[in-house]
Every structure is written in C-alpha cells, then in structure tokens.
Design a protein around this ligand. Structure first.
Ligand code: ZN
Length: 161
C-alpha cells in the first residue's frame, strides 16, 4: 500500500546536517514508526513520504522552515548563575529543562558563561539547520482505530501503554 493519511509507516533513516555529519540514525535500532498525517515527524519529511511505498529509498532535503523552524534570537537569554540551583560548575554546552511562562517545558542550551552571567538558548538545537534525511521505507500498514484516536503508533518502537 502507498503512504497516505492514517498510514502507519516504519522507516530506517539517517539524518545528516550541512557538514555531512550524522546527527541521528536508526541504524542498529528498530525502524522508527510514525502515523502519517498526524504531525508525528517534521513536515518536510512527512510531505516527501506521501505516495511512497515499502521498499522505496529516498533522500529528502529539509530546509529549516519545514524542519525545526528558524532560529529566534529572542530565545537567547542572559541569566545569573545563581538561577541554576545545585549546579556548581555551569559550562558551555550543558542542557537544562526550563519551564516557560505558559508552563511548557523546553530544553535550553548554555552557549556562553562569563563570570556570573550565563547565556542560554531555548531554540531547538536543530532550528535554522538544513537537514538531509536518507530514508528507507520498511513497512506501510493501516493504522488501528486506537492508534488514530491516540494520534500515534502503538507496538514495537511506538507508544507503550
Ligand atoms: Zn496510544
């Protein structure tokens, strides 16, 4: 069957950045399952997979607007080191869970430390990055009614509950 809305798709994939380095890959793991048309994966990849079928291999270039979004410099913030209670030695590259004004959680990355001043970046680490997915479609099946109600895939590699 071909991939359309409400298909469950299992993919092997390797994600590389503009420098050709691998960012993430399913190699050595079970294929990634997702529910097509439910926004489980980034739009640029999901759109490219519509109409494909099991066994197809493709390479998909995804610009930031179709991926993890553009960088927003307003999401850079300078805070006092004392805001990091219990972390004695803040260093560039550390990541923390932060809670936003609406209670949503975001991962922030420390991008600079100068004395007591810590610069944190709440952009997604892949915001503003051109991505390339090398994808092999392993399986395509119809979603169960329960999967459609939940908006995600159940079973191996999917949600367990
Ligand atoms: Zn579920």
């Amino acid at each position: 069957m071909i991939i359309a809305k409400d298909s469950v798709v299992l993919l092997d994939y390797t994600l590389t950045g503009p420098d050709g380095k691998t960012i993430d890959s399913s190699a050595g793991r079970d294929p990634l399952p997702y529910l097509h048309g439910a926004g489980n994966i980034i739009a640029g990849l999901e759109n490219a997979l519509t109409g494909k079928s099991a066994g197809d291999e493709l390479t998909v270039s995804v610009p930031p607007a179709q991926g993890y979004g553009l960088r927003d410099e307003k999401l850079m913030q300078v805070v006092s080191a004392s805001a990091f209670q219990g972390v004695p030695d803040i260093q560039t590259g550390m990541q923390f869970q932060a809670r936003g004004p609406q209670g949503q959680t975001a991962v922030v990355t420390v991008t600079n430390v100068t004395g007591d001043q810590v610069t944190v970046d709440a952009n997604h680490p892949l915001a503003g990055v051109d991505l390339t997915f090398a994808v092999k479609i392993v399986e395509v099946r119809a979603a169960t009614r329960e999967e459609l109600e939940h908006g995600h895939v159940h079973g191996v590699g999917g949600h367990q509950h």
